[in-house]
Design a protein around this ligand. Structure first.
Ligand code: HSE
Length: 440
């Protein structure tokens, strides 16, 4: 059989990793795919042309115009590895319009434009692989879409941004500052071009949006995701959480409830005895709860050249195997048949239900705690644990930390507003959500 020919849009970290894997494991990949998979062309940025030339030394035809790769007759699959919304969206749609299959690592593109891209691909009968878009090398899309297909998925919790996990781990273990840990992550090639995407939870929300779509059979609704990053977290809260036996992670959480779908990314306390709480550094992990299988955990490198390249190549092999199959008999892009998607409501954050860590600075005087607990009780919020520090010498105020049982977020909002209006409180109440992630 003739080789299947791939055109790369981008030969940076992920493109370079993909090419290296395809070349190194060429024979083994062909034995799996049934045909050889070769890269015929790659588009690179003008500034990278010279370096790319030295690297691929005539094996791959290089250019600086990605449309040239998309339109080339010797390209069967377009691998979009450039990132960003435009021109990636236009190029992907152009490839689809020409009946070419697409592989992309671009979570921002799919989370925001995926509904259009997948429906166009469906109409044209072409495949769009996106394993590399979520959690780098972890085959979580395959697991959700195929391995867990028997299950009604109940919830997914993921550490799906390596950069923020690296920062939180360095802050906790090495007492490193936020800025210096971020610089290291950038130097290692983990961070997005715009680091705000990493530290403000946007990248994680892109990935969570994709997982929620295939887990629940809903369209991508990134605009309804609640997103809160790690930039306001303090070392003090990381320490207090540890005293209670918790770690703080930037967690993506999506859950199916009777009221709708929760879709949220925020710093979260997780009991330190959970395996996922021990996922450190740049590593990623996704915990999936299915009604039949129970909880399953997927762990691995969430970024980097060859881990992400591994996911790209897996999609290239899948497409190679399925290219001649009738489109109606392929695995649906989003796990559910396109006419079987539901438009379940994504809940506003005020309607989510979880537990909370609350830290406040209160006057050390009789009755203050009673006032605070009365407010919580009036709103039906039950306290699970509490810690009050001895006041420092010469101080008349103390840190009070409370962990609550599960409640609906709007009640915590009301409680915080009432507590903050007490004369005995100074400053604002710090609120961090808490998930026990029990597999029951
Ligand atoms: N910036 C991302 C991360 C890279 O830190 O996880 C992979 O999507």
């Amino acid at each position: 059989m003739k080789p299947i020919r791939v055109g790369l849009l981008g030969l940076g970290v992920v493109g370079g990793g993909t090419l290296a894997i395809l070349e190194r494991n060429r024979e083994e990949i062909a034995r799996r795919a049934g045909r050889e998979i070769i890269v015929t062309r790659a588009a690179v940025r003008p500034v990278d042309l010279e370096r790319a030339r030295n690297r691929v030394a005539g094996r791959v035809e290089l250019c600086t115009d990605p449309a040239e790769v998309v339109n080339a007759p010797d390209v069967d699959i377009v691998a979009e590895l450039m990132g960003g919304i435009e021109p990636a969206r236009t190029l992907v749609l152009q490839a689809i319009a020409q009946g070419k299959h697409v592989v992309t690592a671009n979570k921002a593109l799919l989370a925001t434009q995926g509904n259009e891209i997948f429906s166009t691909a469906h109409d044209k009968g072409v495949m769009v692989g996106f394993e590399a878009a979520v959690a780098g090398g972890i085959p979580i899309i395959k697991a959700l879409r195929e391995g867990l297909t028997a299950n009604r998925i109940e919830w997914i919790a993921g550490i799906i941004n390596g950069t923020s996990n690296f920062i939180l781990t360095s802050m906790r273990d090495k007492g490193e500052s936020f800025e210096s840990a971020l610089k290291q992550a950038q130097a290692l090639g983990y961070a997005e071009a715009d680091p705000t995407f990493d530290i403000e939870g946007i990248d994680a929300a892109h990935k969570l949006t994709l997982m929620a779509a295939i887990a629940f059979g809903i369209p991508m609704q990134f605009d309804r995701a609640y997103t809160e990053g790690i930039s306001r977290l303090t070392a003090q809260d990381i320490r207090y959480a540890q005293e209670f036996g918790y770690r703080i992670k930037l967690l993506g959480m999506t859950r199916r409830t009777a009221q709708g779908i929760e879709l949220r990314v925020h710093p979260t306390l997780i009991p330190e005895k959970r395996l996922i709480a021990n996922v450190d550094g740049v590593m990623n992990a996704v915990l999936v709860k299915g009604d039949a299988v129970g909880a399953t955990l997927y762990y691995g490198a969430g970024a980097g050249a060859e881990p992400t390249g591994s996911a790209v190549v897996a999609d290239l092999v899948d497409i190679t195997r399925m290219a001649t199959a009738d489109p109606g008999h392929r695995v649906p892009h989003l796990a559910f048949q396109p006419d079987q998607m539901h438009d379940d409501r994504v809940l506003p954050v005020s309607e989510i239900e979880t537990s909370y860590y609350l830290r406040m600075r209160a006057l050390d005087r009789p009755g203050v705690l009673a006032e605070i607990t009365r407010i919580l009780a009036d709103l039906g919020i039950s306290i699970e644990a509490m810690l009050q520090r001895e006041p420092e010498a010469g101080e008349d105020r103390v840190d009070v930390i409370m962990l609550t049982h599960r409640t609906v977020e709007k009640y915590i909002d009301q409680a915080i507003a009432r507590i903050e209006s007490l004369d005995s409180l100074s400053g604002s109440v710090v609120r961090i959500r808490l998930e026990s992630l029990e597999a029951r």
